[in-house]
Design a protein around this ligand. Structure first.
Ligand code: ACO
Length: 328
């Protein structure tokens, strides 16, 4: 079957900035508390002019330019997001904006694991020979869904978008070496963005324009413990499928949720801090965007050398988690 290659990456950060000092004026918190508990110093937030569409489109166009792929050549567009502009799906809006006229486009929801789930999804279409060129976007605007008076969650999240172009390659140049995906619905209550689910009589007139979703709720400690236990485990499983060991990993690229989680996972895998890709300090937790955003930055910084082994892992609401081992 065909091999998988990542041939381009792009990202887009919104124009708004919110520092820890800004947050300390909004809720009872401090720069010191946020920095020591999370490693986050500021986050980028979407301004009223920006949307999932504008950020996703910008990231996509950059990824296509790097891959030297024309939008009309794309067979498939997958948008990993939990915060579409339109609950029916926003992938189609990006498809239209970039002119991917020959592609089929759909959204994929797996919270902060969305990018890794999307990558594995895209790979299946390529391996079977159904499609050859796929655009995968990870984008989220969680700032719209955060309770800005809840200091335990509002300090964590930022907005952003990242994208990659994934193409069929010769089987002996396959760059997706292994993966493992997991979910556990019994832990769903630990991280939610729930519809309020009011009982409505079907004949009752539906009121438009009222908030029908509860903001993000999170049991931070439980999510933290879950991540520190499950992420190393899933990476080791994916490495096993790739017939690799942790020592062979050049870059650990985790969902950017908390620096303490990244440090703990690196320690469990016995990887030194200099092999951990982190841009959390400047962006906060951008959910499905965090891995492609950090990947694109590392790529532009010249960190990634051809042949490097990247162990990616996404984890978050669902709960969902997964790992993909990619050779650059
Ligand atoms: N500023 C100051 N104090 C705070 C703040 C704040 N922003 N937030 C909470 N506190 C207080 C709490 O009220 C508590 O006080 P108490 O001891 O008097 O009750 C104290 O600080 C400790 O709170 P904890 O919640 O126990 O703090 P913890 O060390 O667990 O850190 C954190 C909280 C940073 C949220 C951590 O649990 C974490 O990172 N969890 C993982 C979260 C995560 O990554 N979620 C995203 C997953 S991805 C996705 O899909 C969205």
């Amino acid at each position: 079957s065909a091999g998988i290659g990542i041939t381009g990456s792009g990202s887009a950060a919104p124009a708004g900035r919110l520092t820890n000092q800004d947050l300390a004026r909004m809720v009872e918190t401090s720069d010191d508390w946020i920095t020591t508990r999370t490693g986050i110093q500021q986050r980028c937030l979407a301004t009223p002019k920006e949307s999932l569409l504008t950020l996703g489109t910008e990231a996509s166009q950059k990824a296509l330019a790097m891959a030297q792929v024309q939008p009309q050549e794309l067979d498939l567009v997958i948008l990993a997001t939990s915060t579409p502009d339109d609950l029916f799906g926003s992938a189609v809006s990006i498809q239209r904006a970039i002119g991917a006229t020959q592609a089929v486009a759909f959204d994929l929801t797996a919270a902060c694991s969305g990018f890794v789930f999307g990558l594995v999804n895209a790979a299946q279409f390529i391996r079977t020979g159904a499609y050859r060129k796929v655009l995968l976007i990870g984008a989220d605007i969680l700032s719209r869904w955060v309770d800005w008076s809840d200091r335990s969650t509002c300090i964590l999240f930022g907005d952003g978008a990242g994208a990659v172009v994934i193409e069929a390659t010769a089987p002996d140049r396959d760059r997706l070496l292994g993966f493992e995906l997991c979910s556990d619905g019994s832990l769903n209550h630990t991280l939610t963005l729930n519809h309020q689910g009011e009982e409505k009589n079907l004949t009752e007139e539906v009121t438009v324009g009222q908030g029908k979703y509860q903001p993000i709720t999170m049991k931070g400690k439980e999510v933290y413990r879950f991540a520190v236990e499950k992420v190393p485990e899933v990476i080791l499983k994916a490495l096993f499928h790739a017939e690799l060991t942790a020592e062979q990993v050049d870059w650990l690229l985790l969902h950017q949720a908390n620096q303490r989680i990244m440090d703990a996972v690196a320690q469990r895998l016995n990887l030194p801090p200099e092999r951990v890709i982190s841009n959390l300090a400047s962006y906060g937790n951008t959910s499905a965007a965090s891995i492609p955003l950090a990947l694109d930055e590392a790529q532009h910084a010249g960190k990634l050398k051809s042949g490097d082994i990247i162990a990616m892992s996404g984890f978050g609401a669902g709960l969902t988690w997964g790992s993909a081992i990619v050779q650059w």
